[in-house]
Design a protein around this ligand. Structure first.
Ligand SMILES: [Zn+2]
Length: 607
């Protein structure tokens, strides 16, 4: 690790190589040919699927296998279009050609979905023994898990006609409520006062003020955000009720009594696993109290409020060149897994990372696959801070997950959201701990420890309160429309339960149901527990790696490889030898998350 001075000017971080995938960016001839091939292939697949008989026998088995595999290839090729165009438009927001190619990709995707509806309908009409004959074919077997899942879900849904009508209506009904929310929150502006100046700010800009070291700034940001949502509260309540109402009607028509069926199915996990996780968390959360007390002392405050959550503590001045950051990651992965370290070295050598800090680039960071090339590309803006180094490690963790799955057929590479962050958080934790082990500076140490414990605080309290709120809201919504004042009450009750003694009585956020985007995302219901699950699951895997060292590296690889073709409980049972429905795994994972509290409290007291 470098000990360079804060003012060190670091050289520009590298750009990525996209030309080896398709040379020439959005005007690439090869890319154009690929899109044309996809378009032609979809027409052929449509005809192939349309001609499939509604039963399987030895004479037509081959055409069934061919159709299933062809759909898989088409989807992977469509994903390549979307990923490649997405990389181009992220790296240059002025690349309008790339944006229209993305729209072209969306069109192919919707065509693919239509064909999928037809083949799914045929799946449902097959007798069970015919279905088994199909999924036991050598070429199909590796994706049998995925196909069984598609068929099982189909059997639990309404008829294909009704489902496709519901999909059509959702565009301008259900999803429109989500778009309306985005517009509503995007339009909200406040007048922010700082250093004698008044500046108009969006809620997004205001959010960055919530981590300001000055409490009066944080307080003002929170109060102005709340006041602006108060002006839209009734509209937000209608929106939230409509989204939930749509879901509940759909579930009712499908015969699904439990609103958790869909989110749990999407995460390939059982309610019992989730209940066990939350019950351990509820029991252990009060152990965060000494952390909150120490943080209060450091901040010089006597009541811990919602807006103190992200108040910064300690600081890190060290700057890392991109090369140093990469080397730091490789060096620290090496002891655990040479496979992972070699992968990172290869990804950096082959320029799979777009990191340069420049204008006309989108914000944020992501990692994407490159279709049948079975490579990844990481997008980020690297400025030299430790946070940037962590982002690099996080995204390279995702890339390693993709690499481990590179020999699996496409349908077996789809892992659920709750397992998606396993490899990325693992890499981040490994790097944070490595930095903690070498740093001498108490302020840096304090900052690193605080970041780690703060993650636990967010996962155990904030995210938990969202889950409790949504459960009570959905139960109330079943009985009828839930008014704004009742939504406030449910929200505060959920926060009281999840935060317990950690948050001061005056410090709740009654309008959190308005301000939190996740409640309004129509793409996924209950978009909360997968975060906490993923965080703790990754922690459990990391714990195993710590105990067994490099002996676990192969097991880790195997675990990641199975995330696309097993239930969450089965992945844990096979690779960690643990039962996720039992408390033991969660006890250990939660204890590990809280294990830095003593050191933090001691260090905070000595400064
Ligand atoms: Zn991630």
């Amino acid at each position: 690790m470098t000990t360079a001075a804060p003012a060190k000017k670091i050289p520009a971080a590298p750009t990525w190589d996209l030309d080896s995938v398709f040379p020439g960016g959005s005007s690439s001839e090869q890319f154009k040919q690929h899109r044309l091939a996809v378009k032609q292939s979809l027409a052929a697949t449509d005809a192939l699927v349309g001609q499939l008989p509604e039963s399987i026998d030895s004479a037509n088995l081959d055409s069934w296998v061919k159709a299933v595999l062809k759909m898989q290839t088409d989807m992977e090729n469509i994903e390549l279009i979307l990923a490649f165009a997405g990389c181009l438009s992220s790296a240059n927001v002025k690349d309008t050609e790339a944006m229209s190619i993305e729209a072209e990709g969306d069109l192919y995707y919707s065509e693919w979905q239509k064909i999928e509806t037809i083949i799914q309908d045929k799946f449902l009409k097959l007798a069970d023994e015919q279905w088994r004959l199909l999924v036991e074919q050598a070429e199909i077997k590796p994706v049998a898990f995925y196909l069984n899942e598609v068929r099982d879900l189909g059997q639990r849904k309404m008829s294909v006609d009704k489902e496709s009508l519901a999909l059509d209506l959702a565009v301008n009904g259900y999803h429109a409520w989500g778009r309306l929310y985005d517009k509503m929150s995007g339009d909200l502006k406040v007048q922010f006062e700082e250093k004698g100046q008044t500046t108009p700010m969006s809620l997004g800009q205001l959010a960055t003020k919530m981590s300001d070291p000055d409490r009066s700034i944080r307080k003002q940001a929170f109060e102005k955000m709340t006041a602006s949502w108060e002006t839209q509260e009734e509209l937000a309540a209608i929106t939230l009720n409509s989204i939930a109402g749509y879901r509940l009607s759909l579930y009712k028509n499908r015969g699904w009594d439990d609103f958790m069926y869909e989110p749990l199915h999407n995460s390939r996990m059982e309610q019992k696993t989730l209940d066990t996780m939350w019950s351990v968390i509820s029991r252990e959360t009060p152990k965060l109290k000494p952390f909150i007390e120490a943080k209060k002392k450091l901040l010089g405050i006597d009541k811990f409020s919602w807006y103190d959550e992200f108040a910064p503590v300690g600081k890190a001045d060290t700057q890392y060149t991109f090369e140093e950051a990469g080397q730091f990651i490789i060096d620290n992965m090496k002891d655990f897994s040479t496979d992972m370290a070699d992968f990172v070295k290869m990804a950096l050598d082959k320029r799979w990372v777009e990191a340069e800090d420049r204008a006309d680039k989108r914000g944020g960071a992501f990692c994407t696959g490159m279709g049948h090339h079975r490579q990844s590309r990481v997008f980020m803006t690297y400025g030299g801070s430790f946070e940037n180094l962590l982002t690099l490690a996080h995204e390279l963790g995702h890339a390693y997950h993709g690499w481990v799955l590179k020999d699996s057929p496409y349908y077996a590479t789809h892992y659920p959201m709750n397992l998606a962050e396993t490899a990325s958080i693992f890499a981040e934790t490994l790097v944070t701990d490595a930095a903690l082990a070498v740093t001498e500076d108490p302020q840096t140490k304090l900052m690193l420890l605080e970041q780690k414990i703060q993650s636990a605080y967010v996962m155990f309290c904030d995210i938990h309160s969202r889950y409790i709120f949504e459960r009570s809201f959905y139960n109330a919504r079943k009985e009828g429309v839930v008014g704004a004042s009742q939504l406030r009450e449910l929200m505060v009750a959920a926060q009281k339960k999840a935060f317990g003694p950690l948050l001061d009585e005056t410090g709740y956020h009654p309008l959190f149901w308005c301000s939190k985007l996740h409640f309004y995302i129509t793409g996924a219901a209950f978009y909360n527990f997968p975060y906490t699950f993923g965080y703790l699951f990754s922690g459990g895997v990391y714990d195993r790696a710590k105990k067994e060292g490099s002996a676990f590296a192969e097991g880790y690889r195997g675990l990641l490889a199975d995330t696309g073709s097993m239930t969450t409980e089965d992945v844990a049972k096979k690779h960690l030898k643990v039962d996720l429905t039992e408390e033991e795994f969660w006890n250990n994972a939660v204890a590990r998350s809280l294990s830095d509290i003593d050191e933090f409290v001691k260090l905070a007291g000595s400064l």
